[in-house]
Every structure is written in structure tokens, then in C-alpha cells.
Design a protein around this ligand. Structure first.
Ligand code: AMP
Length: 218
């Protein structure tokens, strides 16, 4: 089963995708995570993407499409995937259809986690994570129990993403509205799009997503 997860930055789609893969035994494909890994490793692709990502713009379609195609090609026809952050343009959506068709597969469900821009800005500017285990925190809504110490692994090495500053978030929101929202009708026309309200707690949203995906035999 192939599920694509849409939502503006800060809608919680990364967290939800991580929870769903655990609960449903699917593979999480996050193009943002894959690009950050390329950047960290200093690869040629990472170097090409660096300044674009730092500005909050979208990396060219062919770069991201290539890494997604490689990952999908490594699976079996039975592998379930949750795609998080891809496709982000109409061109990527069409390439995804082609890549999957070659593998005898197709997108089964597209889920949009909807949330307004101002809520997004508040959510993202406060977020940080443990540099050791990746556990996510927030200045207001999820502080570590002991200030400066990760609840999960005890490390004191917290980090904030460079692109989580307000000006860059606004740029990422513009990219979302201008380039990613126009992808939604592609899935709506196929009857695959479901809209989920992202204002509620993470747990409530996870439950709704789980119900939606389980209902489809995942
Ligand atoms: P994310 O972690 O999904 O918010 O992605 C972080 C950044 O990586 C984005 O702001 C883009 O610069 C880049 N990126 C991630 N996925 C894509 C994609 N599918 N197409 C283009 N750029 C992407």
C-alpha cells in the first residue's frame, strides 16, 4: 500500500508518518530527511541542495525524484510505504505515478493534514530535537521534564533546524501554497484524497490516520 502524506511544514506530518510506520509496519520515506542525510554526508547531491534548503525553497524535481525512485526500487511489491514530503510539485506527482507504474504499483491513498499558516509559524519556531536520538520537543507545548536533558536518552545535545526561523518558515509556506497545494487536485480527481483536521492533538490525529489506513487493508 502506498500512502502519500500532505500538509504544510509544521502540520505534524513527519511525526505522524513516524508513528504510522511503527504501528502499521510500513516504510517511511521522507525526502526532507533523505536530503538532510545527503547534506550531512557532504555528497554532491547534498551540496547541490544545501543553499536551496537553507532558504526554504524547493530542491529541483529531478534531484528528489531520483532518490525516491532508488528507495522505491529497493522494496518488494508487498512493501507498504508512507511518503512524507513527496510529491511536492505536480511534476513530482507525475514522476511518482510513472515510477510506481513501472513497479506495477500505484498510490492508494493521499492524506492532507490541514492547518492554518499562523498556527504553523507558532509550532515551528518553538521546535527543537535531541541531537542524539532525534526525540522532538517544543518551547511551549513539550519541554523536556528536566531542562536541557532529553527525556528519552538523557543526552544534553539539543538542536534546531536552520530552516525553522520565521522568515524561512514563511518562505516554506509560500512554496507549499504555490507549488504543493496544486498537486492535491491530481489525487482528488482519482478519488484518493482525504482531508484530516490537523488542529487536534497528535494522538487524536494518529488514531484517525490509523483508522483510515487500516480500513484499506494495510
Ligand atoms: P521537510 O523536512 O519535508 O520540511 O523538507 C525540508 C526541505 O527539504 C524543504 O524545505 C525543501 O527545501 C527540501 N525538500 C524536501 N522534500 C522535497 C521535495 N519533495 N521537493 C523539493 N524539495 C524538497
Amino acid at each position: 500500500m502506498i500512502t502519500v502524506l500532505f500538509g504544510p511544514p509544521g502540520s505534524g506530518k513527519g511525526t505522524q508518518a513516524a508513528r504510522l510506520v511503527e504501528k502499521l509496519g510500513a516504510v517511511h520515506l521522507s525526502t526532507g530527511d533523505m536530503l538532510r542525510a545527503e547534506l550531512k554526508s557532504g555528497s554532491e547531491l547534498g551540496m547541490k541542495a544545501k543553499s536551496i534548503m537553507e532558504a526554504g525553497d524547493l530542491v529541483p524535481d529531478e534531484l528528489v525524484t531520483e532518490i525516491v525512485a532508488t528507495q522505491l526500487g529497493n522494496g518488494t511489491p508487498e512493501t507498504s510505504y508512507i511518503l512524507d514530503g513527496f510529491p511536492r510539485t505536480l511534476g513530482q506527482a507525475k514522476s511518482l505515478d510513472d515510477i510506481l507504474a513501472e513497479l506495477g504499483l500505484a498510490v492508494d491513498k493521499a492524506i492532507l493534514i490541514h492547518i492554518d499558516d499562523e498556527i504553523v509559524v507558532g509550532r515551528i519556531t518553538g521546535r527543537f530535537s535531541c541531537g542524539q536520538c532525534g526525540e522532538g520537543y517544543h518551547d511551549v507545548s513539550k519541554k523536556p521534564a528536566v531542562d536541557g536533558v532529553c527525556d528519552k536518552c538523557g543526552a544534553s545535545d539539543f538542536q534546531r533546524r536552520d530552516d525553522d526561523k520565521e522568515e524561512k518558515i514563511r518562505n516554506r509556506l509560500d512554496a507549499y501554497h504555490d507549488q504543493t497545494e496544486p498537486v492535491l487536485p491530481h489525487y482528488q480527481a482519482k478519488g484518493l484524497l482525504v482531508k484530516v483536521d490537523g488542529y487536534r492533538s497528535m494522538d487524536v490525529v494518529t488514531q484517525e490516520l490509523e483508522d483510515l489506513l487500516s480500513a484499506n487493508g494495510n
